[in-house]
Design a protein around this ligand. Sequence first.
Ligand SMILES: C[S@@+](CC[C@H](N)C(=O)[O-])C[C@H]1O[C@@H](n2cnc3c(N)ncnc32)[C@H](O)[C@@H]1O
Length: 276
Amino acid sequence: MSTIDAAAFHDFERDGWERAAEYYAAAFGDVTGQIAAPLLDAVGAGKGARVLDVATGPGFVAAAAANRGATVTALDFSPAMIAAARRLHPGIVFRDGDAEALPFDDASFDAVVMNFGLLHLARPESAIAEAHRVLRPGGRYAFTVWAPPNQAVGFGMALKAIETFGRTDVPLPEGPPFFRFSAVDESQQTLHRAGFVDADTRVVPLTWSLDSADAVFEALWRGGVRTAAVLRAQTPEALDAIRTSVRKSVERYKDGDRFVLPMPAVLASATKPGRS
Ligand SMILES: C[S@@+](CC[C@H](N)C(=O)[O-])C[C@H]1O[C@@H](n2cnc3c(N)ncnc32)[C@H](O)[C@@H]1O
């Protein structure tokens, strides 16, 4: 039996993103933005396509879609993220709203995308059902999540350091497993259960290029939500040991004057059946 309190986890995530919004673009934008082109290709988001970017954050994917000539709407549930996105991309329509209850009519988009959003949701199935509802028949849906932590090594090293030097049983609202959709079968089956067809999943090799060996810890500490909350719950001694361990792990990826970490992502896409 799941012990997840979806409402509590949803509020925990929203509060966390409100706090992280100021740091997120600098912390993660370089790596999450790299997948915008394959993500938009997967939904055929070309000139004139009506594209919805859900959980847009600072709007990296929305901006890439607008650059292709798509008609873009972007949505996020964090007012601070929406404010950051509007500052960065004043020409794009950004809306406050919830991925789990989209404020749009049925069949109003040709393509819906969600870049690294699904793994933060209390009710991911509701968000996938909503994407299906607002797509026109024949429309395309795609989302990305991180590959498992043994491949997306920035997460792997932090989780290992927390397990080794800190505690993982901290009192936080429980959410769905962070790496649930990293499993190709799970992504495809969930899309098919939601009524999509032709689900396809592939791994896209991204790299996280950092100017400091402390940048992974700092990104998770300031620009993340779940891991940030676990870190904040550690004792000062444990936190120091975790920070040092993550720094040493990052140093193994030194490349010239930078540190370059493999951070592959899983890109899943599918079609809403029918003809428009
Ligand atoms: C990891 S960030 C991804 C941001 C962006 N898509 C990118 O490519 O970097 C996750 C985003 O999901 C948003 N988010 C989380 N849960 C949401 C929900 N239920 N509805 C709308 N946005 C949500 C957060 O506010 C945050 O901006």
